[in-house]
Design a protein. Structure first.
Length: 304
């Protein structure tokens, strides 16, 4: 856009480099105001996106906490039933030889693993993996400590989104791997239970088998609950980080908006300066306002 100065004002404009800069001040401030308005709008859009993502992550965290609570409750019910069975029934030990005669697959590696899980409670390792990244670990410790949200915010914002996503993916993969490992063991135990209840030894073996099955199920539910808890905690960290990101972008948008107002004020001052033919003082004010807007926007962009 080309600005044409009226002929009656040209004689009043200093024909120097500084004079030309002062003449171009309204145009420059208009461009700066437009750029700051775009930055303010962009930051607000990013704030809304972060809020939306936080809501989605909170829903996923709620699902994991629901799994955790349900499995802990199921494990508690299994142990309660087991206690009742011990108090009301005389249980004889399970005879491994009899079980092997019922199902020859118990002599396979998977079968022996199923027997160990059933009779000795030896489940595959289900210890939640330790968080590898020190920043993620520090943020989790801060979240579960007694620090305030304001004190935790720098630690949470320091966490890399990519690294946090990697930690979460690893935790979910561990949960899936444990479930995949337990499925063939569960199928063998289910098949063994069906075979056992259809044999003459069933009246003597069934109560002991039921007790072993209850103990196995309780331990499995507890292991799965711990893995779901680890996933839920990482989701909670993602939620906290997304909310802090949203707040940060909201603040940046607000301050870019203030910078835009300063630049627009500079345009207005410069326009009045030309109209009133008092360029030296008022154009200086407009230039100062524009420079302040530039420095303020740069500060917000780099440090806020």
């Amino acid at each position: 856009m080309k600005i044409k100065i009226p002929d009656n004002l040209k004689s009043d404009v200093p024909q120097t480099r500084w004079g030309k800069v002062l003449v171009a001040t309204p145009v420059i401030m208009t461009v700066i105001a437009t750029a700051l308005a775009g930055l303010a709008s962009s930051e607000m859009t990013r704030a809304q996106y972060s809020r939306s993502r936080a809501a989605q992550e909170q829903s996923k965290a709620g699902d994991q906490w629901g799994f955790f609570q349900a499995k802990r409750l199921r494990g508690a019910l299994q142990r309660s039933t087991l206690d009742l069975l011990h108090n009301t029934t005389d249980l004889s030990p399970l005879e491994v030889a009899s079980l092997l005669r019922l199902d020859s697959s118990l002599d396979s590696p998977v079968g022996r693993q199923a027997l160990a899980a059933l009779l000795e409670g030896q489940l595959p390792d289900a210890t939640p993996r330790a968080v590898g990244d020190p920043q993620v670990k520090a943020a989790l410790e801060a979240m579960h400590g007694s620090s305030s949200e304001a004190e935790n915010a720098p630690l949470i914002l320091r966490v890399s989104e990519t690294i946090l996503a990697d930690e979460l993916r690893a935790a979910k993969e561990q949960t899936s791997a444990f479930d995949a490992t337990m499925q063939p063991l569960g199928r063998i135990i289910d098949r063994l239970e069906g075979q056992l209840t259809g044999t003459p030894a069933a009246p003597r073996q069934s109560p002991a088998f039921v007790a072993a099955r209850l103990q196995y199920s309780a331990r499995r539910y507890d292991a799965e609950a711990r893995l779901n808890q680890a996933v839920a905690v990482l989701y909670e960290l993602q939620v906290a980080r997304s909310n802090l990101d949203a707040e940060r972008h909201h603040v940046r948008s607000q301050r870019f908006f203030f910078g835009m107002l300063a630049a627009q004020a500079a345009v207005i001052i410069a326009t009045f300066a030309i109209a009133a033919q008092k360029r030296n003082l008022l154009w200086g004010l407009s230039a100062a306002a524009g420079a302040s807007a530039i420095f303020f926007a740069a500060y917000v962009y780099l440090f806020v």
